[in-house]
Design a protein around this ligand. Sequence first.
Ligand code: SF4
Ligand code: SF4
Ligand code: SF4
Length: 293
Amino acid sequence: MNWIKYKTKNIQIVRYAVQLLFFFLILYLAVIGIWKGVLLLVIFGITLILGRFFCGWICPFGLYMDTITILRRQLKIPYWALPQKLNQALHKTRYVVAFVIFVIVLQGFILGSTSFFELTNFVWLRPPFLSYTIFLEPLQVIILPWKPPFGALFEIKGVYFTYPYVGEILMYLQKSRFALLLAYAFVAATLASSFKVRRFWCRFCPTGISFAVINRFRQFRALPLLSLSKDSKKCTKCGICKRVCPVQVTEIYEKKTGKIMTSMCILCLRCVEMCPEQNCLSLGYKLNKTDKQ
Ligand code: SF4
Ligand code: SF4
Ligand code: SF4
């Protein structure tokens, strides 16, 4: 069964509303104190089943970047597209970041200082699993009614303002004045860059690349229930799908026909919405066979 194009005309509005909904749900989960390790498993499970739906429709950091993009559009300021080779190189080099994080955790087991059976440590992402918290940083809600454990940017009358990765920066640099300066510099740099480059942080994000790793394994490729498809007979090679993609996926344009499997796609459906040819691009949500590229 396919997503009919005429139903997707306002899909970005629906997507933004869903992102907002999840923002408040995640804030609620933070307030009640969700088990971090379990949350991490749930997110990776969602990715196994739905592909990178989390990145397009749930991630709060994605919501912040999309909000900045909406602001830029309202101001009619053009975006910058990264050179294609740089974009693809960034996508590949992020595997190193994800690998390093896994190795940091694994070394405890390899050196024998940690037991595989210390499940409660994983449930709360305590040492030796502490570095896995970086995978949850994109979920950081920017306003909290209590002081976050690793610190915040600033506080106004008991309300704390933070940002993804700020807690990590403050924790690893031990809350020094330099750490706070670096945290502000990170916030300023990512906000300014996201204003000109759509979904800027998604080009670097270790969480996103971990999702991409899942979808790269051939054994898992048949799993995602959601994927884009293209009917090449209807494609006029106008190039709109390539231009509107916030993470600069080119496979949609290049693909001849059939199911499109690319680990860079965040399933935002902007290309489906903007393709001028009726039913040329569609979102399928059925179990279909792997279509290798
Ligand atoms: S790549 Fe990272 S920041 Fe971007 S949407 Fe995915 S999890 Fe969020
Ligand atoms: S927007 Fe549609 S018609 Fe244009 S190149 Fe992409 S798939 Fe083809
Ligand atoms: S390829 Fe289409 S659905 Fe995937 S990220 Fe780009 S615009 Fe969104």
